[in-house]
Design a protein around this ligand. Structure first.
Ligand code: NAP
Length: 297
C-alpha cells in the first residue's frame, strides 16, 4: 500500500472512537501502527495489536497518546480497554529521547515526564487548526446542553458569550443562527469590532456588571476567573451558566452554589457529542503533523 506515511512506525496507546478513526487513516496512508489497549481492529496490513504496551512502543518513530492524554497517576485515557494502561517508568524508558509524542492535552504528569526524558511533546488541542475545527462540535454540544437544561427556547433568549476566541466566535454564530439575542463579552477591541460586524451586542468585561442581570444563559469560554462571586450575585436567579473553559473553568462554582445559580462545567464536548467528527479532525491533521515532526514534509 502506498501513501504519505509508508513505512513510518507509529505507536498508539489507548483512546476511544476518535483514535479508532485516526488509526484507520494512518493505516490508509501506509503507516505501520503498533497499538496497545484500544482500538482493536480485525487483522490487517500495517496494524499490530499488542497485549503489552512495552512491545507496542518498541521501534516506534512517533508515539501518539489519546486526546485527553494521561491523568495525574500516569493512567492513559482508554475507557474501553479491559486493562488499565499506565505510562510508568518502564514504559517511558522504552521511548527514546527526541521521539515526537503527540497528545491533545498534556497535563503536568506528562509534561514533566516528557521534559525528563527529552521527548518532543506536541500538544495538539490548542493548535489553531485543531481548535478552530473543534469549535464546531464544542459549540453544538454547548447548544445541546442549553436546550436540555433551559425551560425556554434559545430562539429569542438573552444569550451571553464570554470570550470571543476560537470557541466563542463559533458559538456566538451558532446562537445567532437559532435566533438567540446574542451579547458577546470580550477584552479585545479588535474582537469586539468583529462582533459588531456580525450584528451582535458587544460589552466590555468592565461593563458586564451592569447588564449581566439580563442574561438567561451564559456561556463562558475564558480560561480565567471571570464569573466572580460579585458578578454572579448580579445575575438572574433563573440564569443557566455553561462553562466551556478548561478545568477549573472561569466560574466561581462555590459562589454559584451559595447563590443558588445553576452553573455547570462542560469539558470534552467534541469527543462526547460528535466522536466521529472529532476523530475525522484528528485524521485530517495528524498525518501532516507526523511528517512535520519527522522532517519529511
Ligand atoms: P481561545 O481562542 O484562546 O479564546 C479564549 C478567549 O478568552 C479569548 O477571547 C481570550 O482573549 C479570552 N481570555 C483569556 N484570558 C482572559 C482573561 N483573563 N480575561 C478576559 N478574557 C480572557 O481559546 P478557545 O480555543 O476558544 O478555547 C477556550 C477554552 O475552551 C479553553 O480553555 C479550551 O481549553 C476550552 N475548550 C473546551 C472545550 C469543551 O469541550 N468544553 C472544547 C474546546 C476548547 P484574548 O484573545 O484577548 O487573549
Amino acid at each position: 500500500m502506498g501513501g504519505r506515511l509508508t513505512g513510518i512506525r507509529v505507536a498508539l496507546l489507548g483512546g476511544d472512537a476518535r483514535e479508532a478513526i485516526l488509526l484507520e487513516e494512518l493505516l490508509r496512508q501506509g503507516a505501520l501502527v503498533q497499538v496497545a489497549g484500544v482500538p482493536v481492529l480485525p487483522a490487517r496490513e500495517g496494524y499490530t495489536w499488542y497485549d503489552d504496551p512495552l512491545a507496542a512502543v518498541r521501534g516506534a518513530q512517533v508515539f501518539i497518546l489519546p486526546v485527553p492524554g494521561v491523568n495525574s497517576e500516569g493512567r492513559i485515557y482508554a475507557p474501553q480497554s479491559e486493562q488499565p494502561l499506565y505510562l510508568n517508568q518502564e514504559l517511558a524508558a522504552a521511548i527514546p529521547g527526541g521521539t515526537p509524542v503527540l497528545v491533545g492535552v498534556a497535563r503536568p504528569f506528562l509534561q514533566e515526564m516528557a521534559a525528563t526524558r527529552g521527548w518532543r511533546l506536541v500538544e495538539t488541542a490548542d493548535m489553531d487548526e485543531m481548535a478552530i475545527l473543534n469549535s464546531i462540535p464544542t459549540a453544538e454540544g454547548a447548544l445541546m446542553l442549553a436546550m436540555q437544561e433551559l425551560p425556554i427556547t434559545l430562539h429569542g433568549s438573552q444569550a451571553f458569550v464570554l470570550g470571543l476566541g476560537r470557541t466563542g466566535f463559533t458559538l456566538a454564530r451558532l446562537l445567532a443562527g437559532v435566533g438567540a439575542l446574542v451579547t458577546v463579552v470580550d477584552r479585545g477591541a479588535a474582537d469586539r469590532a468583529r462582533a459588531l460586524v456580525e450584528g451582535w451586542r458587544v460589552v466590555a468585561f468592565t461593563d458586564l456588571a451592569g447588564v449581566i442581570g439580563q442574561a438567561q444563559v451564559i456561556f463562558n469560554t475564558v480560561p480565567d476567573l471571570v464569573l466572580t462571586a460579585a458578578l454572579l450575585a448580579a445575575t438572574s436567579p433563573e440564569v443557566l451558566i455553561i462553562d466551556l473553559a478548561s478545568a477549573p473553568g472561569g466560574t466561581d462554582f462555590e459562589a454559584a452554589m451559595t447563590l443558588q445559580r445553576r452553573a455547570m462545567l462542560a469539558p470534552g464536548l467534541p469527543g462526547k457529542v460528535a466522536p466521529r467528527t472529532a476523530g475525522l479532525i484528528l485524521a485530517r491533521i495528524y498525518p501532516t503533523l507526523i511528517l512535520d515532526c519527522l522532517e519529511r514534509l
